[in-house]
Design a binder for this molecule. Structure first.
Ligand code: THU
Length: 144
């Protein structure tokens, strides 16, 4: 497990997070698309979690890098994501797919910061997934 000590979430170490995403992309299993995706997340308690895409001969079963990142988060004991960087093999940011926006919402919520690349303002997840359905919707929608 990789752990950084920072005192405030204003200090998201974007360079480190991006570097981890780039390193994770090298571990991608993507023989079909040949798009190596790496993701790294920074937790509210200062940990970095990582993931890479894992493809399958049955194409639709492919796991995105963000799926793998969420697995890493849970296996580390859970926590909340504060920021995420997702890159392709060219080291440039790649937009999270729709399913992954929902997966990230579960663990980071509306305020989760999504890297837009060096020198660009990160986006909040609520910009990418407005009016999201989340865990709190379940309790109040049950009929019995
Ligand atoms: N991919 C991700 O890993 N994350 C995304 O958010 C977008 C797409 C992967 C899935 C597949 O292995 C490859 O990129 C091409 O679609």
């Amino acid at each position: 497990m990789y752990c950084l000590t920072v005192s405030s979430l204003n200090e998201i170490p974007w360079d480190d997070v991006r570097e981890h995403a780039i390193r994770a992309s090298v571990t991608s299993y993507s023989p079909y698309s040949k798009v190596r995706v790496g993701a790294a997340g920074y937790t509210t308690d200062g940990r970095i979690v990582e993931g890479a895409n894992v493809e399958n001969a049955s194409y639709g079963l492919t796991l995105c890098a963000e799926c793998s990142l969420v697995s890493d988060l849970i296996r580390q004991g859970g926590g909340r994501l504060a920021a995420v960087a997702i890159v392709a093999g060219d080291h440039q940011p790649i937009a999270p797919c729709g399913r992954c926006r929902q997966l990230l919402f579960e663990h980071g919520g509306n305020g989760l910061l999504i890297d837009a690349g060096e020198g660009r303002e990160p986006k909040h997840l609520h910009e990418l997934l407005p009016d999201a359905f989340g865990p709190e919707d379940l309790g109040i929608r049950k009929n019995q």
